[in-house]
Design a protein around this ligand. Structure first.
Ligand SMILES: NC(=O)c1ccc[n+]([C@@H]2O[C@H](COP(=O)([O-])OP(=O)(O)OC[C@H]3O[C@@H](n4cnc5c(N)ncnc54)[C@H](OP(=O)(O)O)[C@@H]3O)[C@@H](O)[C@H]2O)c1
Length: 278
């Protein structure tokens, strides 16, 4: 059982990744990111999720430096934005991200979207991640927004299996089948938009929040952890950053877990990987 904010899941290569990390994608410019990240690190968050597409890697790098916490205590994820799927493009994108972050190694590098890439193109991009991993500059590699057929291309066509698959996942889109496939293949599922972008007024979640004396956000994040799903809720609001981390002092009953599972109706708040072209 996960007991605190720094507890980690062991990836299929032995590297430890915090179960709960901080999401950092700003949909509107708030200029609050640096302070938010520093606050999160101060209260114990160790995982930070960014991407070249978010345009905030330099801010993340600055926040890490100013946090006063040793680099090796942090787990930093970034992603290549796949306008193009190719090894060269990916390696160049990685170098640019690292310059902006100001880091000399990365914890987790992800392919951001499969898009409409052919199997060969996906494998070409993946080969770049494998090279970075083998070179030791990235501690773990993975994908985002990969459905089962996309994952099969990598699993069957390459030597190194992804360690993480980061996908949209919340009570309305619980990704049960994809999660089962990831478990079978020793890939950790990580939930993006775990809080449904703040749409938390679902009657069941509100009822459970009263029963457990927790907020709907805490109920969802606890449901993720009890399912063995990592989550990266985003907030730039200190009280919410704290609220989202305060999920280690209660446990949802099996019956309530199943009630939340039953909310699934396939609703997405973000793009569908089968149709989205980055
Ligand atoms: N791989 C991908 O393709 C992909 C796609 C989307 C997102 N992501 C990653 O996943 C992270 C999380 O996803 P997300 O940002 O889309 O959505 P989210 O975490 O589900 O929701 C973030 C929104 O919820 C609000 N919020 C946070 N905590 C709250 C709480 N306790 N109560 C009420 N509202 C709360 C935030 O507001 P404030 O910030 O104003 O407090 C923000 O508006 C992203 O930031 C990004 O790092 C990855």
């Amino acid at each position: 059982m996960v007991n605190n904010l720094q507890d980690s899941v062991t990836l299929n290569n032995g590297v430890k990744m915090p179960w709960l990390g901080l999401g950092t994608m700003e949909r509107t410019i708030s200029n609050k990111s640096i302070d938010a990240i520093k606050y999160a690190i101060k209260i114990g968050y160790r995982g930070i999720d960014t991407a070249s597409a978010y345009g905030n890697e330099a801010d993340i790098g600055r926040a890490i430096k100013e946090s006063g916490v040793a680099r090796e205590e942090l787990f930093v994820t970034t992603k290549v934005w796949n306008k193009t799927h190719s090894s060269d493009f990916t390696l160049t994108s990685f170098d640019e991200s690292m310059k902006k972050l100001g880091l000399d190694y990365l914890d987790l590098f992800l392919i951001h979207w499969p898009g409409k890439a052919s199997d060969e193109e996906l494998l070409d991009t993946w080969n770049a991640l494998e090279k970075l991993y083998r070179d030791g500059i990235v501690r773990a590699i993975g994908v985002a927004n990969f459905n089962i057929p996309h994952l099969k291309v990598l699993i069957e066509g390459s030597e190194i299996k992804p360690m993480v698959n980061q996908v949209e996942r919340h009570p309305l889109l619980n990704q049960k089948e994809l999660h089962a496939f990831c478990i079978e293949n020793n890939i950790v599922l990580q939930a993006w938009s775990p809080l449904m972008l703040g749409n938390l007024d679902n009657p069941l979640l509100v009822e459970l929040s009263k029963n457990y004396k927790k907020t709907p956000a805490q109920i969802i994040l606890r449901w993720d952890l009890q399912h063995g799903v990592s989550a990266i809720p985003k907030s730039v609001t200190p009280s919410r950053i704290e609220e989202n981390a305060n999920i280690f002092d209660f446990e949802l009953s099996e019956e309530d877990m199943q009630k939340i599972d039953a909310l699934n109706n396939g609703q997405r708040f973000g793009p569908d990987p089968d149709t989205f072209i980055p």
